[in-house]
Design a binder for this molecule. Structure first.
Ligand code: G16
Length: 541
């Protein structure tokens, strides 16, 4: 098969965000758009001739077409083999696992994660390196630089076919694999499946909402086939190119079906949902929501109850806007904890160096060093394993945790699709007030310090600046302002709020009620309402 060299001109907007390049499908479908970025990836990763690549996606609209194009380009760029999930399907954690297991040079994952899909929706592409983790910033910046000067790309044309199967494209082999089995085996090696099978037989009821996204087949195999959960425990389990018209973001707003079930009469004991590409998770008990920050802290505190973590944790890490709940656990366990910028890519070095075992983010992401991505189903299984051992409800688990460690009241308020200029103005308004805010008081809250978070990676020394504005009060409460790096339309302004409550008699309070004074202070400082004209957030978690 002959290699075609195609002349092209650069696009100016191919800088990857928090997690890869995400754009509307229409943007990706412009001629040469996908090809330019893929060539920029290949030109940045120094893959020796004969390297192996993993390829798959979350099944959203344009997934299969993109896979065909990338296969043709991989063949033209000297790869010896591409391992593809059947039907083009691979969840992000399963892809991370496969890259590691098969010692691939890296992998390309096609997903815009929790962003809506379909022809009018979003598409995305990210590169994961040989450790299975998202490409570090140095690498994504190199891709962006290449994309600004690209003048040609290499591609082999591959024949039209209904479904991609094992084949040769020129010298390159395409190996199609079952996307689920290796991943399910990995889960079985970490958790006590025998105990879980018995636990589910006791009548403990679960509901897992796959949101018509990639985890459907994985969840059916794990929960219903391997663990014997009653049929129907997994809902919305068929991956659809438009996610059934939904927004595959597992939070209280978008996982509407699950929230109704878990807050309804005769609710199951345990509910969970995952996102488009299977790396996020939301955990619910009966009439009870677990914030992701608390979820990380609970997993860390109880890790030794689970077979895969019996030997204890080497350390834990969280992103800066994530609540400090896990810090308290780390302190009690006498293990190190790290505070990184938002983005799973910042955990990779710490895991590779053996400094941390568990990591988590407020954005519904939790994971461990079993792969180098956050992992939705892993978190669900971890929770189920803990509940099976401790034999208490989700709510009791949290009340008990807070009694021991105190409660970090926490919430994130998102203002989506704000005009970029207005969002920037909010950030600049806060930044311009840093000097006069320090030392000033708002009712009971005295500002201890304000800064724009920056992170120096303890392993490779790289410095990441401008990672979110923090206003930290003398009692440890915090307000954080940040612009999302994953949206595709306007800007998403995120406001993160946190306060600490040691008094157990206050732990039952609703987080929004507990944080209302901080919300008012955050609005006052930033003039968010006046500048954006928004009276309330789009999503509250
Ligand atoms: C991605 C990243 C996460 C990050 C999240 C939100 O998640 O992998 O590390 O926390 O985006 O980022 P932002 O606040 O910039 O929108 P996912 O699930 O979208 O890949």
């Amino acid at each position: 098969m002959s290699v075609r060299i195609v002349e092209t001109t650069p696009f100016q907007d191919q800088r990857p965000g928090t997690s890869g390049l995400r754009k509307k499908v229409a943007v990706f479908r412009q001629s040469h758009y996908l090809e330019n970025f893929v060539q920029s990836i290949f030109d940045s990763i120094d893959a020796p001739a004969g390297s192996v690549l993993v390829l798959g996606g979350d099944g959203r609209y344009y997934n299969v077409e993109a896979i065909r194009t990338i296969l043709g380009m991989a063949a033209a760029n000297g790869f010896s083999k591409v391992i593809v999930g059947r039907g083009g399907i691979l969840s992000t954690p399963a892809a991370s696992n496969l890259i590691r297991q098969r010692r691939a040079h890296g992998g390309i994952i096609l997903s815009a994660s929790h962003n809506p899909g379909g022809e009018e929706g979003d598409f995305g592409i990210k590169y994961n390196a040989g450790n299975g983790g998202p490409a570090p910033e140095k690498m994504t910046e190199a891709m962006y630089e290449k994309s600004l000067t690209i003048s040609k790309y290499r591609i082999c044309d591959i024949p039209q076919m209904d479904e991609i199967g094992d084949m040769l494209i020129g010298e390159m082999a395409v190996e199609v694999i079952d996307p689920v089995s290796d991943y399910a085996d990995l889960m079985e090696s970490l958790f006590d499946f025998e105990l879980l099978r018995d636990f589910l037989k006791t009548g403990f009821r679960i509901c897992f909402d796959a949101m018509h996204a990639v985890t459907g087949p994985y969840a059916r195999e794990i929960f219903e086939n391997r663990l014997g959960a009653r049929p129907g425990s997994v809902v919305n389990s068929i991956p659809l190119p438009d996610f059934g018209g939904g927004h595959p973001d597992p939070n209280l707003t978008y996982a509407e079906d699950l929230v109704k079930t878990m807050y309804g009469e005769d609710a199951p004991d345990f509910g969970a949902a995952s996102d488009g590409d299977g790396d996020r998770n939301m955990i619910l008990g009966r009439h009870f929501f677990v914030t992701p920050s608390d979820s990380l802290a609970v997993l860390a505190a109880n890790a030794k109850l689970v077979p895969g973590y019996r030997q204890g944790l080497s350390g834990v890490a969280r992103s800066m806007p994530t609540s400090g709940a896990v810090d308290r656990v780390a302190e009690a366990l006498g293990i190190p904890f790290y505070e990184t910028p938002t983005g799973w890519k910042f955990f990779g070095n710490l895991m590779d160096a053996g400094r941390v075992t568990l990591c988590g983010e407020e954005s519904f992401g939790t994971g461990s060093n079993h792969v180098r991505e956050k992992d939705g189903l892993w978190a669900v299984l971890f929770w189920l394993n803990l509940l099976a051992v401790r034999k208490i409800s989700v709510e009791e688990m949290l009340l008990d945790h807070w009694k021991t460690f105190g409660r970090n009241f926490y919430s994130r308020h998102d203002y989506e699709d704000v005009p970029a200029q207005a969002a920037k103005e909010v950030i600049e308004t806060v930044r311009s007030r840093f000097a006069d805010l320090t030392g000033s008081s708002f009712g009971q809250y005295r500002v201890l310090f304000c800064d724009d978070f920056s992170y120096s990676d303890p392993i490779d020394g790289s410095l990441s600046r401008g990672q979110g504005l923090r206003i930290v009060f003398a009692d440890g409460s915090r307000i954080v302002y940040r612009l999302s790096g994953t949206g595709t339309s306007g800007a998403t302004l995120r406001l993160y709020l946190e306060s600490f409550e040691p008094d157990a008699s206050m732990h039952h309070l609703d987080a929004q009620a507990a944080l209302q004074d901080l919300v008012a202070i955050a609005n006052e400082i930033s003039k968010l309402r006046e500048i954006t004209g928004r009276e309330k957030p789009t999503v509250i978690t």
